[in-house]
Design a protein around this ligand. Structure first.
Ligand SMILES: Cc1cc2nc3c(=O)[nH]c(=O)nc-3n(C[C@H](O)[C@H](O)[C@H](O)COP(=O)(O)O)c2cc1C
Length: 350
């Protein structure tokens, strides 16, 4: 169980101030490509009414040439506070895309300077901007000039262990006009491996005046509290911990506001949430939503007897009816304790 020290509670009791925009929560739902669409964000919002959400990253060059709003940039007018995240290396395209983001309803515009994926970095975007700080500065300046909402940056601590450049980089972003920086405590070379080096986030916090958000390895309320204590950050951002678990941001937020643990959802409640997720993906995206739902469904099926077998079935669903029926059968089995044909497997709890 986590313990909320009075010092931490007091430090985080005021709204998070991102430039002139205030957010009544110190926990943020990270941008996750292929995950944080409108449907997922609505689920997170159920449990975390005040927290900031992020869209999936949107390609500014794509927007420039297509000039129409891709589905991943769609925002529900009721889902504020919301940030639209953009990626690219061209300041002019990013400025243009930022204007579109604000028209769509973004409360802040975030620039991705942390994505490690080759496809993005070889075109000069994502974490490769850590190696081109002048370009990154130009991007922030141009985007700040183009929109009147706060512009923020999400990045990593450096390119590799030999190139941890975050202190200089973060200062440059602040000087260029960024109103908040989120630091994922890994290098680009690490990808998602090893652990996040929170000590670098503390160092960033010590030298900046804008809010610093800590990111990396926040898989529980305990981890969020420990991270806030160790880094002195102004907030935490949850990422992989929310896959198949849209309850996490709400749990952390509730704990930071009350010092109390929210009741954790039972396996049945998690499967009911999976059911809603599947139904909503179908309604929002049709067949494509069903294909995308497979990974989500398998993430939900964890931590109970029969979960591994259920994952196998959910990974193959072809229609919404088939998916819903599979989930309903699993719920019924959990509710009645009928495991006659199911043996316990270690994979159930992985
Ligand atoms: C599937 C997946 C998609 C991601 N997509 C994005 C993205 O679109 N934009 C971004 O800034 N970071 C993205 N990230 C990085 C996360 O936001 C976060 O920085 C990273 O996972 C570290 O936090 P964690 O250790 O708590 O997962 C993605 C990560 C994963 C696993």
């Amino acid at each position: 169980m986590a313990f909320l020290s009075p010092t931490l509670q007091t430090r985080l009791s005021t709204p998070l101030k991102i430039g002139n925009f205030e957010v009544n929560s110190r926990v943020l739902q990270s941008p996750l490509s292929g995950v944080t669409d409108l449907v997922f964000r609505r689920l997170v919002r159920r449990y975390a009414p005040d927290s900031m959400m992020y869209t999936e990253m949107v390609n500014a060059t794509g927007l420039h040439y297509v000039k129409e709003l891709p589905k991943i940039m769609e925002v529900d007018p009721n889902e504020r506070p919301i940030s639209i995240q953009l990626f690219d290396c061209r300041p002019d395209f990013l400025a243009e895309a930022a204007v579109m983001a604000v028209e769509e309803g973004a409360d802040t515009v975030d620039i991705n300077m942390g994505c490690p994926v080759n496809k993005i970095t070889k075109n000069g975007g994502g974490s490769s901007l850590l190696r081109q700080p002048e370009v990154a500065e130009a991007i922030v300046r141009e985007v700040v000039k183009a929109v009147d909402v706060p512009v923020t940056v999400k990045t990593r601590i450096g390119w590799s262990d030999k190139e941890i450049t975050i202190l200089d980089f973060a200062k440059r972003m602040e000087d260029a006009g960024a109103k908040m920086i989120t630091v994922h405590g890994r290098t680009r070379a690490q990808g998602y491996n090893g652990s996040a080096k929170w000590e670098w986030i503390r160092k960033v916090k010590e030298i900046l005046s804008i809010p610093v958000i800590a990111n990396g390895d926040i898989f529980s309320v305990e981890a969020a509290v420990r991270c806030l204590e160790e880094t002195g950050a102004d907030g935490v951002m949850c990422s992989r911990g929310t896959l198949g678990y849209p309850f996490l941001v709400g749990e952390v937020d509730y704990f930071l506001k009350t010092g109390k643990d929210k009741e954790t959802p039972t396996p049945i409640q998690r499967l009911e949430c999976a059911r809603d997720h599947l139904q909503a993906l179908w309604e929002y995206k049709g067949e494509r939503g069903i294909r995308q739902s497979r990974k989500h469904m398998t993430w939900y099926a964890k931590g109970f007897v029969g979960a591994a077998e259920l994952r196998g079935k959910l990974a193959l669903i072809e229609t919404v009816e088939q998916g819903l029926e599979t989930i309903d059968r699993a719920i019924l089995r959990l509710a009645t304790g009928d495991y006659a044909n199911t043996s316990w497997q270690e994979e159930d709890f992985r």
